[in-house]
Design a protein around this ligand. Structure first.
Ligand code: C2E
Ligand code: CA
Ligand code: CA
Length: 578
């Protein structure tokens, strides 16, 4: 203990009186000698009573009665006994005051001379701890719940699947994982605004939880994607019934802020342990099934099956084979002539990629081009093909152009456009003899970027053809901003004979529009005499298709182009359709 010789007793008492903590001193008989201000304020009846000579019991009883005026006598007595158990030499515990504060008190013997009682105010600390606890709970809630719908979020969903997988490890007790995606949600957001979109998501969550069992897991995984896990439906027919119920219920109209709104849902399902025995793969396979539900099954629920398994492994094999292939050797081109409808002359030749894999044989171009696109190899592949195409055209007559397909992935790729132009220069080819074919999806990505790239082609004299026109959601108005020279009309206009009249009218309309915009038109996929008769009724510029020629090998196309009577093919086709 530190004590200066100048310490004055009254000064010390004054200081102790001002302490926030409760402080009281008793003599050896436990009679009160001193109680500071905090003590008298905390329990006035008790300390004042003691000071007036009341017994501990009496004083405490008065204190308790004031604090709990409605308590019956016997309980007041019990409470008094309890409190006195704390307030005694050697006693320890928490006591509350009439104004709702809580003190941690202890009464310690000072040798044989007396007892000191000290109480520390824990009220703020306790409140703080309580708030901390609430905060932790809120945090847990936020970390695991989707704020909008109140369902689990992706993180919690994943953790719950992990738990289930772990539990089912030994038993292999089956469960079903479903992923659900809304179709048409974006439109609702665009048309009715985000508040309606939010309400829609909430109601989707509610409808789903009404159908699923209480102990099933249901989560919103982000955007308009939901996930569920159930042990109730694990056989194919059970899953089918449950999924159909969900799909039907979600397709019912929604009345949101006085708007009636419609959406539909696609569902992909994978079962544990059949489809996969670990969480990541299970999710991946459900996702694969969802993709198929959306793209190949027009929304009806898809359950991941061995059939998908085979597709995936074939895809993986193709992927690997393509990566390992000697492209220079295994990739080659076929060439299909494009004819002028007026003169019957070959104006251009479209180069079409072919892959004869050493391991897998002939692979369809849409398949390996997709692999190249998704693996980021497309620019390299395209450069190999373009070199071969430029090389082949060296022996063609000057007036015949090369029409070369570019993938949407290429057009936005840094520096690739420059490489292609350098390839033209290196081959000593006049850029005016080159046409790049691009689909609409290439043109609607980053419009400014694409427009810049296309302009740089155009400045060199290269022409741009819009490929597969009419197969997507074509909008001539926004395409009008793109520097296009040629429109290649998709063959679906010819093949879909069930809508003959409509297609014919559309075809004529497109051709007229293109003429107005000074765009050349090519019709693809002219296969039959019937097609040719249809073509004759239009003002198309160019035609391409099996009726005139299938894609030909390099030698064949050269011979055809160099043939003095190259219109032979054309004339035959004309004669047949006349
Ligand atoms: P595409 O650019 O629309 O090519 C036209 C497709 O129609 C070719 O299929 C061609 O063989 C086929 N075709 C031509 N005339 C007819 C006909 O009268 N009837 C029918 N039914 N089909 C006809 P192919 O060669 O299988 O190519 C498929 C697609 O693969 C191409 O469609 C193109 O998108 C892509 N592709 C081909 N080569 C390349 C390439 O070098 N680079 C890129 N990025 N894509 C390519
Ligand atoms: Ca093409
Ligand atoms: Ca095409």
């Amino acid at each position: 203990m530190y004590k200066h010789s100048k310490l004055d007793f009254d000064l010390l008492l004054e200081a102790i009186d001002r302490l926030e903590s409760v402080f009281a001193v008793y003599d050896k008989d436990f009679s009160l000698i001193y109680a500071n201000e905090s003590a008298r304020q905390a329990w006035p009846d008790f300390y004042n009573g003691l000071a007036k000579g009341q017994s501990h019991f009496e004083a405490m009883r008065n204190e308790i009665r004031t604090q709990f005026p409605d308590l019956p006598d016997d309980q007041i007595d019990q409470f008094t006994e309890f409190s006195l158990g704390v307030v005694r030499p050697g006693g320890k515990g928490e006591l509350s005051t009439r104004n709702g504060r809580t003190y941690q008190t202890h009464h310690e013997k000072l040798g044989t001379v007396g007892t000191v009682g000290i109480g520390v105010d824990l009220t703020d600390l306790k409140a703080h701890q309580k708030r901390l606890k609430e905060l932790a709970q809120l945090n847990h809630l936020l970390a695991n719940n989707d704020e909008l719908t109140g369902l689990s979020n992706r993180r919690h969903f994943v953790a719950q699947i992990d738990q289930l997988v772990e539990q089912s490890e030994g038993t292999k007790a089956p469960f079903t994982l479903g992923l659900l995606d809304l179709d048409g949600f974006k439109r609702v957001n665009d048309v009715y605004g985000h508040p309606v979109g939010d309400d829609l998501l909430k109601e989707v969550g509610q409808r789903m939880s009404q159908i699923l069992d209480d102990d099933d897991i249901l989560a919103r995984l982000g955007g308009d994607e939901f996930g569920f896990v159930t042990t109730r439906a694990t056989t194919e027919s059970e899953i089918h019934d449950l999924s159909s119920e969900l799909v039907e219920r979600l397709a019912d109209p929604y009345l949101l802020q006085s708007d009636q709104v419609h959406v539909s849902a696609s569902i992909g399902v994978a079962t544990f342990p059949d489809a996969a025995t670990d969480r990541a793969l299970l999710l991946k396979r459900a996702d694969y099934a969802l993709y198929h539900s959306k793209h190949n099954a027009s929304g009806s629920p898809v359950v991941f099956s061995t059939h998908h398994e085979e597709r995936i492994s074939r895809q993986a094999k193709l992927n690997l084979a393509f990566r390992e292939a000697d492209w220079d050797k295994e990739l080659y081109l076929e060439f299909q002539p494009i004819f002028d409808l007026q003169s019957g002359q070959i104006r251009a030749v479209e180069a079409l990629a072919r892959w004869h894999s050493e391991k897998l044989g002939l692979v369809r171009p849409d398949q390996f081009i997709a692999i190249a696109e998704h693996s980021g190899l497309i620019t390299q592949v395209s450069q190999v093909l373009f070199r071969k195409a430029l090389n082949a055209m060296q022996s063609w007559p000057e007036h015949v152009r090369l029409s070369f397909n570019l993938s949407p992935y290429e057009i936005a790729s840094d520096g690739h456009a420059e490489t292609l132009m350098a390839q033209i220069d290196n081959a000593g080819t006049n850029p005016k003899r080159v046409v790049f074919e691009l689909t609409e999806s290439a043109m609607i990505q980053d419009t400014q970027l694409v427009s810049n790239v296309l302009q740089s082609f155009k400045r060199r004299g290269i022409r741009i053809a819009l490929d597969d026109f009419g197969s997507g959601y074509s909008s001539l108005s926004h395409l009008a901003k793109m520097p296009i020279d040629i429109v290649k009309i998709d063959r679906s206009f010819l093949s879909d004979l069930t809508r003959k009249k409509r297609n014919h009218a559309l075809l004529n309309g497109i051709v007229q529009l293109c003429r107005d915009m000074s765009l050349l038109t090519v019709l693809e996929g002219v296969e039959t005499d019937f097609h040719m008769r249809m073509v004759r009724e239009t003002e198309l510029d160019l035609v391409q298709g099996y009726l005139f020629s299938r894609p030909l090998g390099e030698t064949c196309i050269r011979e055809l182009l160099l043939d003095a009577d190259q219109a032979g093919l054309w004339n035959n086709a004309q004669a047949a359709s006349a």
